[in-house]
Design a protein around this ligand. Structure first.
Ligand code: AMP
Length: 548
């Protein structure tokens, strides 16, 4: 029997899934709802819509055409939100630049993405000043600023607000093919050079609905709805702030953008704007929860999704004690990002606090339309018995379809038609995933990646080093911190200390190879480094040895 495809009358509209359609609903439901930027700017969804049209006209006047790449370097701001819409809606590609990369990586991503225009916040001008002679494709730089014009050696095309003011407030956004590329950005969560991921309009739309069904619909411990007040505390350059700005715009919630993350500003906005919903990595929540000032505030209306790294039970309890409703979610740059959320099932909602902590800290249940499995080394699915551990692989409509200009790594990512996360996990009999380990040789510290292979490569260049291994060790504040183990060459025994070796890393910070947070806290000199049966460095074993 052959399945029957639908027949379409010639005049029927296929209605492509396009980002521009997100904007229609809030203009009907909540046109006067507010969007706030720090204590500097406050406007309505009507204004947002008008400014998106103006931005498209301004970019077109600056020479941006469909297919061009427009990059942004900014903290979380209303301007970034405007770019989330205007750039892809024109048919151009939004490149959200990770401003925490080392200068070398930053330059690599700008050239690799072939950026045509960069919108840069004043604070990041020195980063571009330092590499400007090596930037290859950028034709225009546009200044984003909260204050007066700063010093720079870059030739700027103009300042955002001034250019917007002069732009027309109607732009005829085209009906693009839904598979048009909308966004791109780079992840350092794999080994080697940063890798570019990319998402189409269709994928971002489907992710928006997936996110909605994952965090808005279940009767569970944490749900978001249109009456919430949203403030991201995840960078907008990191997987579109986990896609939540698209969802919150669709449902017309009040949105508050905090700019640079400063604890006082965050707490002030939380209280004065009555923020009820945020998301962040554990490090940020830890910073807020352990700030002495927090005791003076009532945070009992605040719901926070924690992702990017595992939430510890200690952090979860400390947050719940302050009245903060926390729960975990999981995803990655390659997955747009949402895959799972630690939603409690209805019968768990009456459980006592301790039992609930265990669920809130789980990696979570796959959200609707996510097909997630754990595989053994032969690619066979493992039972969901709470014991069998295997690599987490996924299929959903919103996964990057490869890495930019890297066919080999793209095929590795998509081996056998599953996206391989590089995470190891178990699935329990209730269906909850728990990430237990990582196959990829990268360390996540404060939400940012550092490659252990790169840190090994650097230390191996020291004349005294015979062998080295770098692992991530758990850290209450940063999630993980790098730790280097070194076996010295016999001639150097007792002549070189761990501190000397640590200093060796700082030269590589100064020349831009690694960011400052990449310098390991400790370099431990040891007699031998554990190996696997085939003689590879046994990171799993070393991680267990040095966990505490
Ligand atoms: P990124 O691509 O920077 O978003 O990092 C994604 C990676 O962060 C995942 O592959 C995991 O290794 C880790 N990760 C994200 N969320 C969680 C979580 N809830 N629990 C444990 N690890 C996580």
């Amino acid at each position: 029997m052959t399945a029957r495809l639908i027949e379409k009358t010639p005049s029927a509209d296929a209605y492509p899934l396009l980002i521009k359609n997100i904007l229609r609903t809030p203009l009907q439901y909540a046109p006067d709802q507010e969007i706030v930027y720090r204590d500097q700017m406050r406007y309505t969804y009507r204004d947002l819509n008008r400014r998106i049209h103006k931005l498209a006209n301004m970019l077109a006047a600056a020479g941006v055409k469909p297919g061009d790449t427009v990059a942004v370097m900014d903290w979380d701001s209303h301007r970034y939100l405007e770019c989330f819409f205007a750039v892809p809606m024109m048919g151009a590609v939004l490149h959200t630049i990770n401003i925490r990369l080392s200068p070398e990586q930053l330059l690599y991503t700008i050239n690799h993405a072939e950026d045509d225009v960069i919108l840069v916040f004043s604070e990041f001008l020195p980063m571009l000043d330092a590499i400007k002679d090596q930037i290859k494709t950028v034709k225009k730089f546009i200044l984003l600023t909260d204050a007066e014009q700063p010093e720079t050696s870059l030739s700027l095309a103009g300042e955002y607000e001034a250019m917007l003011a002069g732009a027309d407030d109607h732009y005829d956004f085209p009906d693009l093919d839904e598979n048009t590329m909308a966004t791109t950005f780079y992840t350092t969560g794999t080994t080697g050079l940063p890798k570019g991921v990319f998402y189409s309009h269709r994928q971002i739309m489907l992710h928006t609905y997936g996110l909605m069904s994952g965090i808005c619909i279940y009767k569970s411990q944490l749900t978001l709805d249109s009456a919430d007040v949203y403030m991201p505390i995840t960078p907008m350059f990191h997987v579109h702030a986990w896609g939540v700005p698209y969802l919150c715009t669709m449902i017309g919630t009040k949105q508050v953008y905090p700019g640079r993350y400063e604890p006082e500003m965050l707490l002030k906005l939380l209280l004065t704007e009555k923020v009820t919903f945020s998301h962040c990595v554990p490090t940020i929540l830890h910073m807020l929860v352990s700030s002495p000032a927090v005791k003076n505030f009532d945070l009992s209306n605040w719901k926070v999704i924690i992702g990017g790294s595992a939430m510890s039970k200690g952090l979860c309890k400390a947050s719940l004690d302050l009245g903060i409703n926390v729960t975990s979610a999981y995803g990655m740059s390659e997955t747009c990002p949402l895959l799972t959320a630690a939603n409690m099932k209805p019968h768990m909602l009456d459980w006592d606090a301790d039992k609930q902590v265990a669920i809130r800290c789980k990696t979570g249940l796959p959200v609707p339309n996510v097909n997630l499995e754990i595989l053994d080394p032969n690619g066979q699915p493992l039972p969901h018995d709470g014991q069998s551990a295997g690599e987490v692989v996924v299929r959903t409509p919103w996964l990057t379809q490869g890495y930019v200009k890297d066919p080999e790594k793209s095929e590795e990512l998509w081996k056998d038609g599953w996206l391989h996360t590089g995470d190891v996990g178990i699935i329990d009999t209730d269906g909850y995933l728990q990430i237990t380990d990582r196959m990829k040789d990268v360390i996540k510290t404060g939400g940012e990646w550092i490659s252990s292979l790169e840190l090994e490569d650097i230390i191996s260049q020291h004349e005294a080093v015979s062998e080295a291994a770098v692992i991530g060790v758990p850290d209450d504040k940063w999630g993980e911190r790098p730790l280097t183990l070194v076996v010295l060459k016999p001639d150097y025994a007792d002549k070189v200390t761990g501190e000397d070796l640590k200093k060796f890393y700082t030269a590589f910070v100064e020349n831009g190879t690694i960011p400052k947070y990449g310098v390991p806290d400790r370099v431990v000199i040891t007699d031998q480094i554990a190996k696997t049966s085939v003689g590879k460095i046994n990171k799993k074993e070393i991680r267990t040895q040095y966990r505490s």
